[in-house]
Design a protein. Structure first.
Length: 361
């Protein structure tokens, strides 16, 4: 297995690039029209930051939007000149079948958008002080035996006993990060966000999908249920990003996940308890393989063991509002029900579960 400690060292110097709490920021959010991007856009706008979203398609949203193609430098680079922060979330969804076209789009949408931002930063007169770029906790190997952190964890792609198709995700993750850190940005502090599943009580996300299974009586263990699930509550995800922005000593690859991953069987049991479901039918591996064809998706998203822990965040003093999944599941279910009631009454919940928790920091 390949250790990943070196991933934290391959970057340019960017001393003094912290931003004090309470400072009003100019933020550019690339790929900000997706599920997670919309959450961040709404949050930062609600805190009176100046936010511009780079999007391939203009649509109604909480912040001004500027067109970009995610590949080439264009007029959008003017938004970066003088900005405090760029957050890049661009990338085609991985919730699909990994056929040739989808594989190409998944890889290119991540690498090309990262290259474009790097080139834009190289060209402009006043580059942003901080660049947060999406990565993924999937970069680590399938791990049942021990936790994976940024220092002693191991990259995937070489383990035995797992499907060869899982290597594609590792290829994407490693090329994505290497592209990011190879960009020449001498005055910009860079952090790769190795994020676990971000749990938000809104339609269309990972939590909504998992809860739908529980509501339908299908929320039992997947496979043998022993594979670990890494996750993070949406409130803690935003708090972690704010922490990274404020702490200039943090750069390189950072795991953005709750500190207590747990086996799938326990994860789903806690979600059933939070919802009030007494039973949840399990799904064997062969059932998952058949279902994945029709959904369409890949079983890797469910069966790979992601036992990821946020060592660098914890050692730097970050505290989690939701460190344990049962408490997080209860909070998310409560807000999911509130949001459903509001939608039925023609209203929209703008920042579910976020302001109160973040206010306690």
């Amino acid at each position: 297995m390949q250790p990943v400690a070196s991933q934290n060292m391959t970057m340019d110097s960017a001393d003094g690039n912290s931003i004090a709490r309470g400072t009003k920021l100019r933020i550019v959010l690339a790929g900000g029209s997706g599920h997670l991007g919309t959450l961040l856009a709404r949050y930062f706008c609600s805190r009176q930051h100046s936010v511009v979203v780079l999007s391939r398609r203009l649509a109604t949203g909480p912040c001004p939007q500027v067109l970009w193609d995610g590949k080439n430098c264009g007029e959008w680079i003017q938004e970066l000149d003088g900005a405090d922060l760029i957050i890049n979330l661009a990338g085609r969804s991985v919730n699909c079948r990994y056929n040739e076209q989808n594989r190409r789009e998944i890889l290119e949408s991540r690498v090309e958008s990262t290259q474009a931002i790097g080139e834009a930063i190289r060209r402009i007169a006043k580059p942003p002080r901080i660049w947060l770029n999406s990565s993924t906790a999937t970069i680590y190997r399938h791990s049942l035996d021990r936790e994976m952190d940024e220092i002693s964890g191991e990259l995937g792609g070489h383990e035995s006993g797992v499907p060869a198709s899982w290597n594609f995700s590792i290829k994407v993750a490693t090329l994505w990060e290497s592209t990011f850190f190879n960009c020449e940005t001498r005055n910009t502090r860079k952090i790769a966000l190795r994020s676990a599943m971000v749990m938000i009580p809104q339609p269309g996300g990972a939590f909504d999908t998992l809860l739908r299974m529980v509501r339908l009586g299908l929320g039992g263990a997947a496979g043998d249920g022993g594979q670990f699930v890494s996750w993070i509550h949406g409130a803690d995800f935003i708090r972690a990003l704010e922490f990274l922005i404020e702490h200039e000593e943090l750069q390189g690859s950072v795991n953005v996940s709750a500190p207590q991953p747990l086996p799938n069987r326990d994860f789903m049991r806690a979600l059933r308890v939070a919802w009030g479901a007494k039973l949840g039918f399990p799904a064997s591996r062969w059932m998952l393989e058949i279902g994945a064809v029709f959904l369409p998706t890949e079983t890797e998203l469910i069966l790979k063991s992601r036992r990821v822990v946020p060592r660098r965040l914890l050692e730097s003093g970050f505290t989690f509002q939701f460190a344990k999944w049962p408490a997080a599941a209860e909070d998310l279910v409560r807000h999911w029900r509130i949001n459903r009631s509001l939608r039925r009454n023609g209203q929209t919940r703008i920042e579910p579960s976020l302001p109160a928790e973040i206010a306690k920091v």
